[in-house]
Design a protein around this ligand. Sequence first.
Ligand code: KIV
Length: 296
Amino acid sequence: MTRYASTAGGKLPLPELAEMKHRGEKIVMVTAYDAPSGRLADAAGVDVVLVGDSAAMTVLGHTSTVPATVDEMVVLTRAVTRGAVRPLVIADMPFGSFQVSDESALENAIRFVKEAGADGVKLEGAGPTLSRVRALVGAGIPVMGHVGLTPQSATMLGGFKAQGRTAGKAQRLYDDALALEQAGCFSVVLEAVPAAVAARVTEALSVPTIGIGAGVGCDGQVLVWHDLLGLYDGAAARFVKRYADLGAEVRRALEAYAADVRAGTFPEQQHTYSIPDDELALFEAELDQTVRTRQR
Ligand code: KIV
């Protein structure tokens, strides 16, 4: 069943996300890091595909998101935009790509749009990030904000733990989300935030909030591809719901393949090419002749 908010062909128009909020329709976002995943997310009717810097952990094997580079994220984003046609594809700007200055943030964001075909970018944090958001939006690049647990600054936040759990911290988070909207963000991700706080932020913003560990009151939800599908071995956060166990299925298939190869039962006749009998006879005769000549 097609469940896009827009009936127009092609790309989901960005302003449609705000319309969905106002109609009370939930926005579905998922991460993806390659073309087949982008294609599958598109086929499933997902609204927004985030090429998250979670790729550093899920596909590049790092233990945090910090090592992801712009070059790596551009390659992954380019692959996703080849697969995901209708969903909006948002590229996550990795650590170091927007912290230094508005100018370098803009240069890097332009790479995601021009080289990778992204429809927008996501930046973590508020404070100095607000000026980056204004610079990018001023240049015509749609920006998604991200507050609460911002993994790029997990060390400063005391680890991967819920944020905004005291009145003062909840108020700061609320103010940051509002400031991101004022700076021009078209949407704000709320990560690992108490549901009651996320609901109040969602009421206050006119742009949609996308929750991950932020309760059902957000305008949409996002999950990481590998968490959702059971492809990631690391400990899952409390907010993860696993909808499949593809890791176990992949392992089962690989073990069956290995057993077939070792037993000589793969490949079978149907996986094998033949040569016409007369050509084979000719080949063998020529081969015999060559061997005889060498032996003389
Ligand atoms: O990198 C990522 O996947 C993210 C989402 C968890 C929001 O930032």
